[in-house]
Design a protein around this ligand. Structure first.
Ligand code: PDD
Length: 291
């Protein structure tokens, strides 16, 4: 008799709910997205759907209608009637007997949640601490895959140290991104003649370039746009933890939290230990995009 056991209950294989045979559980064989709304309006849905389509194509899930996904997201969001919502959805390759190889006729499984997303005002006002962690992920981090174990372990390591995010450092000693966020530094404080402080006329906003080592963050795209609009030089070059310790400002950027200022990086205090002026300006500009 072929059977399964769920907790302590034995179930004949033919009676097992296919949800237990989801390839997402066996292999993390699927991709996901996180979208949010501000004040009743979903932000950047088109960009998230395009990235979702790219992730699906990259893992060879071909039989998904993105127009239908958009309709499902919109229907769920309208039904939930939550003004500031987090919308999570994923598609796995489907359910079937555990076999690494997959057949093209599997039916993808779709799952979505709409939940409340309160603003983390305290973190934004005070700034957060980050800790570095080796980047133990695979070589296609541009795919928003359900395989998140290295991200989970890094994030927990940061939490154990009282930090809000783990900043991942690759084998070459360069920062890629956060466990679940993009990472930015601001360099070059402006000159202040009255105080006799030297500095360049233009400050630079720096983040890692987009390649297979990082997720093409949607928030990153809008932060860069905001940076250009407030007159910052945009530098898409990888940073080392050593460089970052001497940054004037740091922040993380992610759909669920938009821009969160960073005031501590491992044991280094950043700037004067409070959220930086450019970070605040960027956050203000960013919020205009969400309206
Ligand atoms: N995380 N980098 C990684 C590894 C991420 O997981 C995320 C998003 C980002 C930021 O991407 P975006 O700006 O498009 O949200 C960068 C999501 C929200 C999550 O896993 O919950």
């Amino acid at each position: 008799m072929q059977l399964a056991m769920i907790q302590d209950k034995l179930i004949p294989m033919e009676e097992l709910d296919p949800v237990y045979l989801d390839r997402g559980i066996f292999f993390g064989d699927g991709v996901y997205e996180v979208v949010r709304s501000y004040d009743g309006k979903v932000f950047a849905l088109q960009e998230h759907l395009e990235r979702f389509a790219n992730s699906l194509a990259a893992i060879r899930i071909t039989n998904v209608d993105i127009g239908r996904i958009r309709a499902q997201v919109e229907k769920a969001f309208a039904t939930a009637a939550i003004a500031d919502a987090k919308i999570y959805f994923h598609i796995t390759r489907g359910s079937g007997p555990r076999d690494h190889a997959f057949s093209a006729d599997l039916q993808p499984n779709f799952f979505l949640t709409v939940t409340e997303l309160p603003d983390d005002t305290e973190d934004k006002t005070k700034g957060v601490a980050l800790s570095t962690h080796p980047d133990l992920r695979w070589k296609r981090c541009d795919i928003k895959s359900l395989n998140l174990l290295p991200n989970v372990l890094a994030r927990q390591d940061a939490a154990d140290k009282g930090c809000a995010e783990a900043i991942l450092v690759n084998e070459s000693g360069f920062i890629t991104e956060g466990s679940h966020s993009a990472f930015f530094a601001v360099f070059g404080h402006p000159p202040d003649k009255e105080k006799g402080v030297w500095g360049p006329l233009k400050q630079a906003l720096q983040t890692a370039p987009l390649n297979a080592n990082v997720l093409p963050s949607i928030t990153r795209k809008y932060v860069i746009k905001a940076g250009e609009e407030i007159g910052l030089d945009i530098v898409e070059e990888s940073l080392t933890p050593q460089q970052v310790r001497h940054a004037d400002e740091l922040f993380i950027a992610v759909t669920t939290r938009d821009i969160v200022p960073v005031v501590k990086f491992d044991d280094a205090v950043i700037g004067d230990g409070t959220p930086g002026a450019q970070t605040k300006l960027l956050a203000r500009r960013f919020h205009e995009f969400t309206k």
